[in-house]
Design a protein around this ligand. Structure first.
Ligand code: G6Q
Length: 543
């Protein structure tokens, strides 16, 4: 744990030394250019400017020392070597293998995995092309125009986010694939509203669930199946309308989907890291399999960077160290993700799961409680919307929130003049957060009322990263996602926690079952008085 490392007292001492220094002074004159040259990195098509952080050269040196003392290089090697880094579930975490070439030598628990990875990729390509070319037909002979991905959490957020980000390559853009719909919530409204607009003869459902036992997904799958039957699709025609993505062949068969229509993945793929596996089937269908493979290539490029770049020039490492710097040394409780790009509007939600599920832990690898804090609360929305809402707090609130600005320099489906305005806002926010606005500057701008000056001055000195890419392509998006995956891992190493289990999520899966039985008329169970009263109240209405 960071707090136990030999370098920890020096980090605290260093913090006391620099906490009153002002970033804007570090940008004065020529030293500003040096600072930018020193604190920028490029990798896999991404450009990171981290110069607007509360850091100096010595800070990075101390943080890198922390990474060494935490054993980051060895832990990274263990991850790539397929060791059982997910110690509580005794599993490897080998999502990197899903995006590797056929000649790579990834092994889970000692056994090569690339042959099975590429066999599934080949099946995905064939299926995707059949659907997109109209050669896979519904039971009545109609081509498939609409696909629903039924999944939740890791079986939903990743593909949903990617399909949104690359929508210009889908049917509504220039491509020819089917329309994709994502249904995750067990609130029947979501499925009912989606189905209402669809023709069962032309609809295909992907039941996407690693375990094939998740309550929400299975409830939606059963209701979807009933919808087909009620609308005249015979039981023996359902195989043209249902495919499964799972690790659980028996449960897929028990549901009534022929394992021949199942796309497999493996227990060494964590849900929130699974969009690169068959869980990405929806991506392949919507965007074409070449685009899916380009996404994998972008992720692979970031893997190679993470694996081989020196720590000081390693983008996931630097971002991870900055994260712990603010979380643990400055005690900042939250972190904002601000993509200045409508197509990345789902990226903050994706990162919420990635970071908060991976690193929202209070126990170290050996079972000892952590000392200090782990994952911050991650939040954000696409810019510029946030500026007209919560950015007030980021500029002048009583707590400091580090911001990751993410901006593509061009966009395929904008309108003349818009993108420059969008980027101008993004850069201006980062600049204002860093510089602030002094009383002197206010007076020079004509604000002379002494009663208003305290309200209108900005302290500044508020940190941010700026992450740019030329545009959002499958490749750059793949690199961006893998960057944050590895950053999450780096932080987990600094906190000495297992970033790959999720017992809190598992608990949620267990808790609802007995209450559901009670709500459906079963015997009352033993609960606290509040829960019992809530159940009674709901039963009265559900009857
Ligand atoms: C991800 C989590 C969780 C999981 C969902 C869906 O890392 O474990 O979000 O992906 O609960 O699980 P299934 O894919 O098994 O339905």
């Amino acid at each position: 744990m960071l707090n136990d490392l030999p370098v920890w007292p020096r980090l605290l001492q260093h913090h006391r030394t620099i906490r009153s220094l002002r970033m804007r002074d570090w940008f004065d004159g020529a030293q500003g250019e040096d600072r930018v040259a020193r604190f920028t990195l490029e990798a896999a098509g991404l450009y990171l400017d981290y110069s607007k952080n509360r850091i100096i050269e010595e800070t990075i040196g101390l943080l890198l020392q922390a990474a060494i003392e935490a054993g980051l290089p060895a832990r990274r090697d263990a991850l790539f070597a397929g060791e059982l880094v997910n110690v509580t579930e005794r599993r490897a975490a080998l999502h990197m293998a899903l995006r590797a070439g056929p000649d790579a030598d990834y092994r889970a628990d000692g056994k090569p995995v690339m042959p099975q990875v590429h066999a599934v990729l080949a099946r995905m390509r064939t299926f995707s092309e059949q659907i997109r070319d109209g050669n896979w037909r519904g039971h009545g002979g109609q081509p498939i125009t609409d696909v629903i991905n039924l999944g939740i959490g890791g079986s939903d957020l990743g593909p949903r986010m990617v399909c949104r980000a690359l929508a210009h390559l889908s049917v509504s853009g220039t491509g020819k694939g089917p329309r994709l719909h994502f249904v995750s919530n067990v609130d029947g409204t979501e499925l009912a509203e989606t189905l209402a607009a669809l023709d069962p003869q032309r609809t295909l459902v992907i039941v996407c669930s690693k375990t094939f036992t998740t309550l929400e997904t299975m409830a939606n799958a059963h209701s979807a199946r009933q919808w087909f039957v009620d609308r005249g699709v015979p039981e023996d025609g359902l195989s043209r309308h249902f495919v499964a993505v799972s690790t659980n062949t028996d449960a897929v068969r028990a549901f009534g989907i022929d394992p021949a229509n199942m796309f497999e993945f493996w227990d060494w793929v964590g849900g929130r890291f699974s969009l690169w596996s068959a869980v990405g089937l929806s991506i392949s269908l919507a965007l074409g399999h070449d685009a899916f493979e380009a996404l994998l290539a972008g992720g692979r490029e970031m893997d190679e960077h993470f694996r081989s770049a020196p720590l000081a020039e390693n983008m996931p490492v630097i971002l991870g160290l900055l994260g712990v710097w603010y979380r643990n040394v400055w005690c900042m409780p939250t972190a904002c993700i601000a993509p200045y790009s409508t197509v990345l509007e789902l990226f903050p939600a994706f990162l919420q799961q990635l970071e908060m599920e991976s690193n929202g832990k209070s126990v170290q690898l050996d079972g000892e409680p952590v000392r200090g804090d782990t994952a911050p609360v991650v939040w954000g929305t696409a810019g510029t919307n946030g500026q007209h809402a919560y950015f007030q707090l980021i500029h002048q609130g009583s707590q400091i929130v580090p911001v990751d600005f993410i901006a593509p320099l061009s966009t395929p489906r904008s309108l003349p003049g818009h993108h420059a305005k969008l980027l101008a806002n993004c850069f201006a926010q980062a600049e204002a957060l860093m510089r602030g606005r002094s009383e002197e500057e206010l007076r020079r701008a004509g604000v002379l009322d002494p009663a208003r000056i305290p309200h209108m001055r900005f302290e500044g000195n508020r940190p941010s990263n700026m992450l740019l890419m030329d545009n959002i392509t499958p490749r750059s998006l793949g690199a961006l996602i893998a960057l944050y995956e590895h950053r999450t891992f780096v932080q987990g190493v600094l906190w000495n926690i297992n970033s790959f289990d999720q017992w809190g999520v598992e608990l949620g899966k267990l808790l609802a079952r007995p209450i559901e039985a009670e709500l459906s008329g079963g015997e009352a169970g033993s609960h606290d008085a509040s829960t019992s009263a809530l159940i009674e109240r709901a039963r009265a209405v559900l009857k």
